[in-house]
Write a protein that binds this ligand. Sequence first.
Ligand code: AMP
Length: 302
Amino acid sequence: MTRTLMTIGECMVEMAPTPDGHFAMSFAGDMFNTVWYARRCAGNGLRVAFLSAIGDDAVSADMERFMRSAGVEPILPVVPGKSVGLYLISLNNGERSFSYWRSDSAARRLTDGIDQLPGLGAGDWVLISGITLAILNTSRRDRLMTLLHDAHTRGVGIAFDPNIRPRLWDNSDEMRHWIMQAAASADLVLPSFDDEATHFGDHTPDATIARYREAGAGCVVVKNGPGQVCAAEGDAPVLCVQPPVVSDVVDTTAAGDAFNGGFLAARIGGASLHDSIGAGCALAARVIGARGALVAVELNPT
Ligand code: AMP
């Protein structure tokens, strides 16, 4: 039976410097990267879809074509007069820094005109992130939570990656409030320990697991860079899995997104929690060994 994974968020134009002094254009964003990776490792047993909004200009149409050609089903209402967000990578002695133009992007209106998350039923999954929440104003955030709640009552699993980005929020109390609220109603929470330690003061991954589970989250899977991934669900004791050692880390951009894509593809396909974490770690290890958000791992041919 074909299951669906839908992610919701913002995909942006990426302008990355090339060695000859020019810029290469691509498309990326946490929730799109995740579904792109899920597509590449899941095979045909999984339908993957990305819900956002685009403008009515040429680059918006290019983005939609790019998604289709990657095997991701775009659900992209058009917002007249708007365009998609853009970020530019600068390199200074090998250090990357990012500049963003996204404050008025079409994706900020992604809930407008949507009555129900389309094409989802029992056994399907939806993933949002803290970035998805951060780009919406309060009434659209409320709307998104209602859409997720409705989907949940139809048997759709809700997953949430806090992906904490303080620069996108007005203040940190609001940020923490919404992140806890989204996590509390999620079946699966996929935090990165670094962020949780910085913004919630957790001393250990176990503390992160406890905080989200006490709030009401179902399964919690804590990523921790090269450290063990620790996870808990139901009454089972905390399970920890060591990622493979990567001797030549080239670029950790999108490591968490790749982990999420590999994990979700495996989990929705019926793998155990342990094996799903292993799948996420294996994919992330390959992604950090090459440059860029979308690393061309081969497609699963099944
Ligand atoms: P993070 O969001 O930084 O915690 O990383 C997400 C996932 O990427 C981790 O759970 C690991 O599976 C993988 N990862 C990140 N950094 C490294 C590293 N230096 N060595 C091996 N795996 C890594």
